[in-house]
Design a protein around this ligand. Structure first.
Ligand SMILES: CC#C[C@H]1NC(N)=Nc2cc3[nH]c(NC)nc3cc21
Length: 371
């Protein structure tokens, strides 16, 4: 068991990287997918079930937890790991993106962002220093810098101004984070889809120095083609000996394309959120289990899946419990989708280790095309 935070590159196939992040709370195999546990729970999942899918790390949110139940209360109760009964690593987002996407009446200054809670309208202020304090109180293993996330659509001038503010906030985040052995602070690259602004952001973050580097500003409606065009250069602008984390991504084919372009970590609400609505990810594409054609189908959702839903239930049963809005419906399909995402990551890690990523990718797309 280590007391340090360290990233080791264990292999590479093209731009796709195989790695391992060591933390005092356990190791993270990369490429890694992080289930989202926004309000101290991965919705519809017990923590032991999340662990059983193969997840090494999950994501929490500063914005939600500061509003309810508050970081101070979680700290008094022993920190987020104890609070939610997840003793493996946790990465927490810093609040900037959620303030932009959820809060109302935001007032942005050089100091930070003042906003009203989307829960009860109470007034709050987030600054780089307060975000670092909240993430320390939570006990987060990987802390994200506090960044400014511009409302979209935004022109180049606004993106440039926002990126430079975020770089000043990254320096303040670094300063406020202090010396915390075994914990990591990740910088967040900004710059929209502009290669030169992203290069300027990467240089600024390198000069400050972080234990890992995130790619921010994507998965915000730009579409896969534009995102991949950005990922054709953005990861390469970041230090190659540190983890690269693409925030908020994505659909299975987004994830494969991101790993292919050198991304090591990702997070997305899609598998859990769509699991609750009856959308299942399978090797052959997406299955909407509420569709009438599944009402008499005795087959499992996905023959190749080891999750409880596929081991013990038919499509007909899953169809029934979704149609009758039974709680077990979201539980089973969330587990299945998170298992599918972890199996996808495990498949890519094995392919990179074997030097067969191109063949694996071809097989991934062929199975979906076969339907
Ligand atoms: C601009 C910017 C930016 C990034 N900054 C922070 N702190 N978190 C993020 C979370 C995201 N989720 C998605 N898509 C669902 N894109 C994201 C981008 C960010």
């Amino acid at each position: 068991m280590t007391t340090r935070f360290a990233f080791e590159k264990l292999g590479q196939d093209g731009k796709a990287r195989l790695g391992r992040i060591s933390t005092p709370r356990g190791e993270i195999r990369t490429p890694a997918f992080m289930p989202v546990g926004t309000a101290a729970t991965v919705k519809a999942m017990m923590p032991e079930s999340v662990a059983a899918t193969g997840a090494d790390i999950l994501l929490g949110n500063t914005y939600h937890l500061m509003l309810r139940p508050s970081a101070e209360r979680i700290d008094r109760l022993g920190g987020l790991h104890r609070f939610m009964n997840w003793e493996r690593p946790i990465l927490t987002d810093s609040g900037g993106f959620q303030v932009m996407s959820l809060a109302s009446l935001r007032k942005l200054t050089e100091e930070g962002v003042r906003f009203k809670s989307h829960i009860d309208g109470s007034d709050h202020m987030l600054t780089p220093e307060r975000s670092m304090e909240i993430q320390r109180l939570l006990g987060s293993d990987i802390v994200m810098c506090f960044d400014e996330c511009p409302a979209l659509p935004a022109d180049r001038g606004r993106i440039e101004e926002s990126m430079r503010l975020s770089m000043r906030w990254a320096a303040r985040s670094r300063e406020a984070f202090g010396d915390r052995p075994g914990h990591a602070l990740f910088g967040i690259q900004q710059g929209g889809l502009e290669e030169d602004l992203r290069a300027e952001s990467a240089r600024a973050l390198r000069d400050i120095g972080f234990e890992g580097y995130a790619i921010g500003g994507l998965a915000v409606g730009e579409g896969q083609e534009a995102m991949f065009a950005c990922l054709d250069h953005a990861p390469d602008q970041l230090p190659e000996d540190r983890p690269r984390y693409l925030m908020g991504v994505g659909k299975p084919d987004d994830i494969v394309g991101a790993v292919k372009r050198g991304v090591d970590m990702m997070d997305c609400v899609l598998p859990s959120r769509s699991g609750r609505t009856g959308q299942a990810f399978t090797r052959h594409g997406v299955v909407n289990i509420k569709n009438a054609r599944h009402a008499d189908d005795p087959r499992p959702l996905d023959e190749g899946c080891s999750c409880p839903a596929c081991r013990s239930y038919s499509r007909a049963y899953l169809h029934h419990v979704f149609r009758s809005q039974e709680m077990i419906s979201g539980m089973l399909l969330t587990w299945h989708n998170l298992q599918y995402y972890q199996d996808l990551m495990a498949g890519m890690r094995a392919a990179i280790a074997a030097g067969t990523f191109a063949d694996w990718e071809a097989g991934f797309h062929a199975a979906r095309a076969a339907g």
